[in-house]
Design a protein around this ligand. Structure first.
Ligand code: HEM
Ligand SMILES: *[C@@H]1O[C@H](CO)[C@@H](O)[C@H](O)[C@H]1NC(C)=O
Length: 331
């Protein structure tokens, strides 16, 4: 699938008009719209649905007819081929574990796509996959303004504070970040999030993480201002008020020899191909959507159908996301 800069923020234009009041965050709005009760559990479920879709592509039924390839699938951005899988399956020594260069880690070690299709982060609670996915739910929950985060059912983000430090050995450029953000937008849109909200999220992500040498910014209140740039390659646009001296020289990740990464690679490719080559997970096909209440109570442990507000009467989608993001644009 081809994406371009021009389509990044407008790629999904078929959604309903936003009805979200400015005072309601994107997270709160779409939790209520899709899962009915605005509880910590349901906010965690919303983030699970969206992040899992970002990672493996659309897997829930029904959907509003938007195909989401997911960040593990190869694609294009701005006419350039993008393939993020090698950063996740151990093929590249691109993970920061505190040394002077990156190390190889297979982040698909908790069952790969299979548990994600059941609305879970992993098949266990100790794999690197488990920590990556749960940290993504938490981090994006904060970005989207989830008001119940911190209550039992949805923990506050407790991963690395500096998103630059997390990604620095990946040496990512604008096409890689653009592809990732496009998948976030498509995933949101696939659940019916309003176009205006999708665009607000995309713009906020781009301004927070898309400029090299960006000055410290606060994403997680308790973590304070941190270096956040993910796009750090030369070709990334430079930030206003740039602080290039605070960033280290770019270290390109090494390709790990195929012999030592056979299992990681096989796991990844098997996992990644499954969403597109198999039918929907058990329980998601057919016409009988679960009710919102059933969905919220079951989503953490089983595959579910979620009631998606399409171009229909509810007039909702992931649009609520913009509320949380708007707060970010103020710093
Ligand atoms: C909007 C853009 C992005 C955001 C907000 C984001 C956010 C995050 C967060 C919160 C974590 C977890 C950190 C932790 O567990 O301490 C993470 C990890 C990771 N991200 Fe991103 N990310 C983005 C883009 C990307 C892109 C474009 C790639 C491309 C390969 C990527 C690859 C990874 C990998 C491989 C990890 C695991 C790193 C590790 O545990 O060492 N991310 N990201
Ligand atoms: C993903 O969405 C597309 C477009 O609606 C649909 O044709 C496809 O069946 C979906 N894939 C899954 C696994 O649900």
């Amino acid at each position: 699938m081809r994406f371009s800069k021009a389509t990044l923020l407008a790629v999904v234009a078929n959604t309903v008009q936003a009805q979200r009041p400015d005072s309601t965050s994107i997270c709160d709005y779409y939790t209520t719209a899709l899962l009915k009760d605005n509880t910590a559990d349901n906010q965690a479920t919303l983030l699970t649905l969206v992040v899992n879709t970002v990672v493996i592509g659309n897997y829930t039924q029904p959907n509003v007819g938007i195909m989401v390839p997911g960040i593990l699938a190869p694609g294009q951005f701005d006419g350039t081929d993008v393939d993020l899988l090698p950063y996740f399956n151990g093929e590249l020594a691109s993970s920061n574990r505190g040394g002077d260069e990156g190390v190889s880690i297979n982040f698909l070690d908790g069952g790969g796509a299979e548990p994600l299709m059941k609305n879970m982060p992993a098949n266990d609670d100790s794999s690197t996959q488990y920590f990556l996915l749960t940290h993504l739910y938490q981090f994006f929950g904060a970005l989207l303004g989830c008001s119940m985060q911190g209550m039992p059912g949805f923990d506050i983000y407790d991963g690395e504070a500096s998103i630059y430090e997390v990604h620095k050995f990946m040496a990512l450029g604008p096409n890689e970040l653009g592809y990732f953000i496009t998948q976030v937008g498509l995933a949101a849109a696939s659940f019916g999030v309003a176009d205006s909200d999708v665009q607000a999220v995309g713009m906020a992500l781009n301004s927070l993480f898309g400029f090299r040498c960006a000055p410290p910014a606060t994403v997680i209140e308790s973590q304070g201002p941190q270096l956040q740039a993910i796009c750090i390659e030369e070709t990334c646009p430079i930030a206003e008020n740039s602080v290039c001296d605070s960033y280290e020289p770019i270290v390109e990740p090494d390709l790990v020899s195929s012999t030592s990464s056979i299992s990681a690679t096989q796991t990844a490719s098997n996992s990644v191909s499954s969403p597109s080559t198999t039918s929907a997970p058990t329980g998601t096909s057919g016409t009988g959507s679960m009710t919102p209440t059933e969905t919220s109570s079951n989503a953490a442990s089983s595959s579910t159908s979620i009631p998606v507000a399409g171009a229909g009467t509810n007039g909702v989608g992931l649009g609520a996301v913009a509320g949380g993001i708007a707060a970010f644009l103020l710093w």
